[in-house]
Ligand binder design. Sequence first.
Ligand code: CA
Length: 229
Amino acid sequence: MEAKKILLIEDEVKLARFVELELKYEGYDVTVIHDGREGLETFSNEEFDMILLDLMLPGLSGIEICRRIRKTSSVPIIMLTAKDEVMDKVAGLDSGADDYLTKPFAIEELLARMRVAFKHCSNHQEEGTKKILTVNHLSINIEKCMVTVNDTEVELTKKEFELLLYLVQNKNIVLTREQILNQVWGYSYIGETNVVDVYIRYLRSKVDEAFGEKFIHTIRGVGYYVKEE
Ligand code: CA
């Protein structure tokens, strides 16, 4: 099997070097770029299997890079963020990143997240051959990653889509925040499970409130579910 190509965009030279060496040791093919704008350019000129993206970068921010990449590509993106950037993390996920990792991190953790992100990616490709799911007036076309309510298309980010898909695949079953985190974000974010609540709010404003139909239900202290009427 050919080595997977990783693009690491990180301006902390020492950290970048460390990650590069570790990933190479694990058999990945790594390209390191220290500047945001240059990173985006490199992405558009070459094929990569995954992007590891620092949030605070000279040239162009990680969030902006992520948004631009998502316009043309669903390549897995893992954001690397500093400790005190919680809201930025949410913004990062909202801009289409698959996962985030707080610095400093253990290399084993990064490797584990990378494996999960690769796995998710291939799961989605397999699911692509499947069908259309419906609940009440909502329908999800998995192949086209398209959601409609009463035949009106709803614009969702990648994570919102994945969250909705997971809820709909398990309709009428209450899912805990931990289950949702594990499934949609691929990992337990100990102490930061509010990312689920944030995304449920986004979904509610786009699906429930926009169409005046209560679709996503909360069981206080337990979790969430989608109810088929
Ligand atoms: Ca940085």
